[in-house]
Design a protein around this ligand. Structure first.
Ligand code: NDP
Ligand SMILES: O=C(O)C1=N[C@H](C(=O)O)C[C@H](O)C1
Length: 255
């Protein structure tokens, strides 16, 4: 039975993870990392700690839905005590992304900006459509709840990367993150990635392909955070049996 540790246990996603792991008899919730205070009850055999070292020493695999600084601390500590890591946090700097790659040389690391099966497939469709409908303008819109702190979402950036890949482009070179004022006409290759925030939207992503006379929009809407939490748990049970390397959710799903 895999012993699971959670980083970000007091957050919105942490709450679902704790519930989903405790209700699954094939899993053991062994340790929770808390940054502030844990206000919910957990079984007495679950270790609650503010030490990343203690998290790594007390589980077979870590699931991280937290904040970039917390993931950074987790990876730095994991380099001293290699442990399979499922990383779901978004909003990383280039340095933090490199740290994930460094860690994956010493342990299995699965990173997914979105743990849903729908987005795993959508990435592939986006790359295919971008390559096939080569004259169409590509624009991406994401919508999330009012509490989300990073923008655009990690998923929107991932979808943008797949769209750019389909065109043989680098997203960093063609991404537009805002339009306001006399901006001039749209250039052929640019890909806008725009964010809307409000209410309790769990996560909605639309990738649009626009041409004269027609357009195609591919949309994914997450209606429950359990989609992400159950996706991450599935990834964790898969990852404990893998060798060191950087994996995506598609590797876990076999698609
Ligand atoms: N890949 C995916 O499928 C998904 C990814 N996410 C991503 O997961 C992350 C968390 O989302 P969500 O649960 O909504 O966010 P919350 O803000 O609700 O939770 C964040 C958690 O991280 C903890 N935390 C914040 N800063 C630190 C720190 N410096 N050190 C240690 N712990 C820290 C918080 O502790 P405290 O409560 O004490 O502040 C809290 O437990 C986000 O990056 C989000 O984008 C979300 C959903 C799906
Ligand atoms: O913060 C969230 O809530 C979500 N974050 C992820 C992201 O940034 O892509 C995934 C999901 O859309 C929900």
């Amino acid at each position: 039975m895999a012993k699971i540790g959670i980083v970000g246990s007091t957050g919105r996603m942490g709450e679902h993870l704790i519930k989903n792991i405790l209700e699954n008899e094939a899993l053991e919730l062994s340790v929770l990392h808390v940054f502030g205070e844990l206000t919910r009850d957990v079984p007495s055999d679950v270790l609650v700690t503010n030490s990343m070292k203690a998290v790594l020493e007390n589980c077979d695999v870590v699931i991280d839905f937290s904040a970039p600084e917390a993931t950074q601390e987790l990876c730095e500590e994991a380099l001293k005590n290699p442990t399979p890591l499922v990383i779901a946090t978004t909003g990383f700097t280039a340095h933090q992304q490199n740290l994930l790659k460094e860690a994956s040389k010493e342990m299995p690391v699965l990173y997914a900006s979105n743990m849903s099966a729908g987005i795993a497939l959508l990435k592939q469709l986006v790359e295919q459509v971008a390559a096939t409908l080569e004259d169409f303008d590509i624009e991406i819109v994401e919508q999330h709840h009012r509490h989300k702190v990073d923008a655009p979402s990690g998923t929107a950036l991932t979808l943008g990367e797949f769209a750019a890949k389909g065109r043989g482009l680098d997203l960093d070179a063609v991404r537009v993150s805002g339009r306001d004022g006399q901006i001039g006409a749209r250039s052929k290759d640019e890909i806008a990635v725009m964010a809307l925030r409000g209410g309790d939207i769990v996560g909605r992503h639309t990738v649009g392909f626009y041409n004269d006379g027609e357009f195609l929009e591919l949309n994914h809407t997450a209606t429950s955070r359990e989609t992400f939490s159950k996706g991450a748990i599935r990834a964790a049970t898969w990852l404990v049996n893998q060798k060191s390397g950087l994996y995506s959710i598609n590797d876990c799903l076999g698609i």
